[in-house]
Design a protein around this ligand. Structure first.
Ligand code: URA
Length: 235
């Protein structure tokens, strides 16, 4: 593929913009400046740098962000900055989107991608993907609340009750809870229906993929093949 087209596919702008980057000597391949926009490279395993920053060709972008509190999962945030402001421009240009949404005050694991099929799969309620949350609550948790969450609580405006697929007491005021539905404010509404109140919510896992401990709030990283494997659906 031509260098100009390669850069375009990775979010570095329109073809004329990519050509300008190349012709102005900002692009290197294998440590050597390449000023030919039509130079041919195999996209598979292609590594290049722009102004000294290394990039690898990726057909699709898959990333994980440790979402901090105070950010909205929206392209057009209303009251707080957007999670998209935490990503570099090429990722936004290539159309990376959050896989589902977390509330502004919820922290933790947020997947992002530009692979429409991946986004669809991980947001589809039919797939029943497990999402694991650490839930800090206002009042000490008792076994009645735990049983209610596991057997199902009735939410306003929902025809059927909703149950956690797993729930354990981690400390007096902290639960680890797994849900598979993807309803608006689901965990907060379930905890309220069980007679308690969420004070802080942190997503720690999706499927078998856990938020890497090394990823500080506000930081993002590429998902590796092994991470995608952990995310893959059974069957
Ligand atoms: N449930 C909630 O109530 N809020 C979130 O952000 C995610 C799940």
């Amino acid at each position: 593929m031509e260098l100009e087209r390669l850069l375009r596919s990775q979010g570095f702008g329109s073809r004329p913009e990519c050509r300008a980057l190349i012709c102005s000597g900002q692009v290197s391949v294998g440590g050597i400046q390449c000023e030919d926009p039509y130079a041919q490279f195999d996209p598979e395993g292609f590594v290049f740098s722009i102004d000294g920053e290394l990039w690898s060709y990726r057909k699709f972008a898959y990333l994980v962000l440790n979402k901090p509190a105070g950010f909205e999962c929206s392209q057009k945030p209303r009251h707080h900055p957007s999670v998209y402001s935490l990503l570099p421009r090429p990722l936004l240009t290539r159309g990376v989107q959050a896989v589902g949404r977390l509330d502004e005050d919820t922290t933790g694991l947020l997947l992002l991608s530009d692979d429409g099929q991946f986004i669809h799969t991980y947001t589809s309620p039919k797939k029943k993907i497990a999402k694991v949350y650490d839930v800090s609550v206002k009042h000490p948790v008792d076994t009645l609340q735990l049983e209610a969450l596991l057997s199902g609580v009735q939410l306003n405006d929902e025809p059927a009750s909703v149950a956690a697929t797993a729930c354990e007491i981690r400390s007096q005021r902290v639960l680890r809870m797994t849900v598979t539905a993807g309803k608006y404010h689901l965990v907060k509404r379930m905890i309220a229906a069980a007679g308690n109140r969420v004070e802080a919510l942190n997503r720690v896992a999706i499927g078998a993929f856990e938020l890497p401990l090394s990823l500080a709030p506000g930081q993002w990283m590429w998902l590796q093949a092994a991470d995608l494997e952990r995310l893959s659906l059974p069957g």
